[in-house]
Design a protein around this ligand. Structure first.
Ligand code: NAD
Length: 370
């Protein structure tokens, strides 16, 4: 069967576009999954090894995330094949060529993702006018610098704790991955009185039952070092961070870090997902069965896209942060309440919530099956 039909279902994808311009080395794919709610928003990922199927999965995740966040946008994603660390002029040429090739796909708005940043979005905006996550000099809200996603995670954790038997004040938190999302999530929770007892990055991990100094860790990262170089922490194997006893565990690095085969090692009461698909579905089911509350990624980490969508609509930074707070708190509450009432894992409740919104929007369209 044609690869593109294998993953088609009642929701999408609406469109798959492959673009090719050999003179500048451009090879790219756009998947617009669903636009019933509005023009799709999703990141442009640059990597040598992505596939159309992966691009579709990422586009579907955006459909659910944008619908759950109550944004007037559908879901899409684009991939540009190539090494994101290629020489800057070559990268600029390819990204500009990608934007031009997709000029007429006005149901897709570009955003930053792995391998692309605000500068790349400025090039896209310069070519076709449709991009979010722009530099502040051209009206952007610098969401990574301001920590939009970590800000949202702090609110999701606050609501999540109400569904467990602990308070944020005094809670022990563990953060896997100390980049933009992990750093801001740690800061947000420490500010509320939590203790960061372990943290990792790609080069190692460190722990301290009494609590690590977040500012000292930030200084280390700014100096190009690893969190494992923290002098006051005790060394810890990078992947042993899964086993550290805590109240809140925050994945903010890679996909599939908690799976069926290692979920039993997790000693947390609440998991608030910063990274996308950090937990497999089977692991989330098992954690739910043993009473661990997991706030799904597309509910907890929607701060970045909410910020980007509001930037696109011309909102101010403070309006964007207010929207993140309101929407993430309301959605986390709704999902955990429904999970409790129906005795299903929070991911099931969250997916149902998002699909209900998408299908309602689809029912207003001319060719509706709902
Ligand atoms: P980043 O590149 O700034 O940081 C990633 C961090 O993870 C780095 O500290 C890196 O050293 C660490 N890391 C990499 N491999 C690791 C490993 N095996 N073990 C421990 N640490 C490891 O990225 P980011 O923007 O913070 O994004 C992190 C995750 O959150 C990604 O999955 C991303 O897709 C997702 N996400 C980001 C945003 C956003 O606003 N930036 C929004 C939604 C979701």
């Amino acid at each position: 069967m044609d690869e593109t039909l294998e993953f088609a279902d009642e929701i999408g994808p609406a469109k798959i576009v492959h673009v090719y311009e050999p003179s500048v080395g451009l090879r790219g794919t756009l998947v617009v999954d669903n636009v019933a709610i509005g023009p799709s928003i999703g990141g442009l990922r640059m990597a040598p090894d992505v596939t159309t199927a992966e691009c579709f999965r990422l586009a579907r995740a955006m459909t659910l995330k944008n619908a759950a966040a109550g944004l007037p946008h559908g879901g899409g994603k684009s991939v540009l094949y190539g090494d994101p660390k290629m020489p800057a002029e070559q990268k600029e040429l390819r990204i500009r060529a990608m934007a031009c090739a997709l000029r007429s796909c006005d149901d897709y708005i570009f955003g930053p993702d792995m391998g692309t940043d605000e500068r790349c979005m400025a090039w896209v905006r310069d070519e076709i006018g449709r991009a979010i996550g722009l530099p502040s000099a051209i009206g952007g809200i610098p969401l990574d610098e301001l920590g939009a996603t970590g800000f949202g995670l702090g609110h999701a954790a606050e609501i999540g704790a109400r569904y467990c038997d602990f308070e944020i004040e005094g809670a022990r938190i563990v953060v896997q991955g100390f980049g933009s999302v992990g750093q801001h999530a740690a800061r947000q929770l420490v500010r509320r009185g939590a203790r960061l007892v372990a943290v990792s990055d790609s080069r190692g991990a460190t722990q301290s039952p009494g609590g690590l100094d977040v500012d000292a860790l930030l200084d280390l990262k700014r100096a190009g070092k690893s969190v494992a170089d923290h002098p006051d922490g005790q060394p810890l194997g990078r992947d042993s961070i899964v086993e550290v006893d805590c109240e809140i565990w925050i994945p903010a690095a890679r996909p599939d870090v908690i799976r069926e085969d290692n979920q039993a090692k997790l000693r947390a009461k609440l998991v608030v997902s910063g990274a996308n698909i950090a937990l497999t579905d089977a692991a989330e089911e098992k954690l739910h069965a043993r009473g661990v509350v997991c706030v799904p990624d597309f509910i907890a980490n929607a701060g970045g896209v909410i910020c980007g969508a509001l930037e696109y609509a011309g909102a101010t930074e403070s309006a964007a942060f207010q929207a993140i707070e309101e929407r993430i708190r309301a959605n986390t509450e709704q999902v955990l309440e429904e999970s409790r009432r129906r005795s299903v894992a929070p991911r099931r409740a969250a997916t149902d919530l998002a699909l209900r919104r998408v299908k309602t929007a689809m029912s207003y369209r001319r060719w509706s099956i709902f």
